[in-house]
Design a protein around this ligand. Structure first.
Ligand SMILES: Cc1cc2nc3c(=O)[nH]c(=O)nc-3n(C[C@H](O)[C@H](O)[C@H](O)COP(=O)(O)O)c2cc1C
Length: 220
């Protein structure tokens, strides 16, 4: 079984969008799916399920829908690439969009597409009445997604959390026989990376994102 330091795994868990079609051994797939089950959920209800899609025809359909949604989405991003953007930021965004194009072209060829489903009736959504979009329900799904991503990292598998297929949820539900009352939260294409795969991240420093005692007050 793959073992690596948890901090090393988190520090290098990049979105990997160039994935090989090579098969993932069943025991490896089982381990990364099991890692998802260890995540916390409200009241320990585990109101989520994963459909690990390996069927070629189903993946082709998912790939076609993903590609269609990506093409609309990426157009907006490409048009936001402006000349007055800092050079390295523009290069970074162009690289990400190129990798996104690659994923869109090959989405259906990845060996496994993990579709995360959730059931809101099994969730205590404590912020449902606030005058803003509710996020608490997602807290009983996305920690499982993150566990799966970290486990993939440890196994040397590339992966990326995607949500564009949520825009065509009714079609996805029909294709995968997802029952009434369940929704879709994410689609994770998983495969061995084409290139270097995971690596160092670009993130804002903790001093900008975490405060001490009140909003905006810097940590020591
Ligand atoms: C909620 C959420 C939705 C995302 N949806 C997509 C998606 O549909 N397609 C995609 O290519 N990446 C998607 N991503 C991946 C992000 O673009 C990526 O995590 C972010 O740009 C950081 O990239 P990095 O980890 O390589 O630095 C999503 C990430 C999150 C957290």
């Amino acid at each position: 079984m793959a073992e690596m330091g948890i901090y090393e795994a988190m520090r290098t868990l990049k979105a990997v969008r160039r994935l090989k079609p090579d098969l993932i051994p069943d025991d490896v797939l089982h381990r990364v799916l099991e890692a998802a089950t260890w995540a916390p959920t409200g009241g320990n209800q585990q109101p989520w399920r994963i459909i690990a899609v390996k069927d070629r025809e189903k993946k082709t359909r998912l790939g076609a829908w993903y590609s269609e949604r990506w093409s609309a989405f990426s157009k907006l991003y490409r048009s936001a690439l402006s000349a007055d953007m800092a050079d390295d930021a523009r290069k970074r965004m162009t690289r990400t969009l190129d990798a996104g194009d690659y994923l869109a072209q090959h989405f259906g060829e990845t060996p496994v597409i993990a579709i995360f489903c959730f059931n809101p009736k099994q969730m205590a959504i404590t912020d449902a009445k606030q005058n803003r979009p509710s996020v608490v329900g997602g807290g009983s799904v996305y920690p499982s997604v993150e566990n799966l991503l970290i486990a993939c990292r440890a196994e040397g598998l590339g992966c990326v959390l995607t949500t564009l297929l949520c825009e065509v949820e009714p079609q996805v539900k029909e294709l995968l026989a997802i029952p009434e009352g369940w929704g879709t939260a994410a689609a994770i294409p998983i495969g061995y990376p084409v290139g270097r795969g995971h690596g160092p991240l670009i993130r804002r420093p903790v001093s900008e994102l975490a405060y001490l005692d009140s909003w905006g007050r810097r940590l020591a």
